[in-house]
Design a binder for this molecule. Structure first.
Ligand code: HEG
Length: 141
């Protein structure tokens, strides 16, 4: 459950990140694939060489979905419902992998937003990403 203060922090962080979101998404996805190489098994059909157009394109899609959830936090479950079905029924992404992506997104936000990414903002965004992951995992099995 996100408090009103946490929702305000998430919204403010997203507003700062949004203008550069495609780059952020690319960096986060690339970081996940390098730091947690077991995640590569889901992307065998893509060019996973560093800086590839596939990583750039997919990273942009992922961060856009995170941004849509952030813009309408109170309706996150319905915003993400189709993606939840996709990940559970079609892609069958083991839910453990969501924490790898969340970690990577947090590191990239910290590196881009620097002092704006306060410990309180970090905590709120971590909680938000955990909520996104819970929604994307809830139809699994
Ligand atoms: Mg997923 C597709 C979002 C975690 C593996 N993911 C997608 C798509 C979006 C998305 C928007 C495109 C859907 C479409 O084309 O209709 N993914 C998304 C979010 C998160 C996440 C928001 C977590 C916050 N995904 C995730 C993780 C893995 C994964 C952790 C695996 C380690 N996603 C995955 C794969 C595809 C998508 C394999 C299909 C890629 C393709 O073939 O185009």
């Amino acid at each position: 459950m996100l408090s009103a203060a946490e929702k305000a922090l998430i919204s403010s962080i997203w507003q700062k990140a949004a203008p550069n979101s495609e780059q952020l998404g690319f960096e986060a996805l690339q970081r996940m694939l390098i730091v947690f190489p077991q995640t590569k098994t889901y992307f065998k059909h893509m060019d996973l060489s560093k800086g590839s157009a596939d990583i750039r394109k997919h990273g942009a899609k992922v961060i856009q979905a995170i941004g849509e959830a952030a813009l309408d936090i109170d309706n996150m479950a319905s915003t993400l419902s189709n993606l939840s079905s996709l990940h559970a029924y079609n892609l069958r992404v083991d839910p453990v992998n969501f924490s790898f992506l969340s970690h990577s997104v947090l590191v990239v936000l910290a590196s881009h937003l620097s002092e704006d990414f306060t410990p309180e903002a970090h905590a709120a965004f971590d909680k938000f990403l955990a909520a996104v992951a819970a929604i994307l995992s809830e139809k699994y099995r």
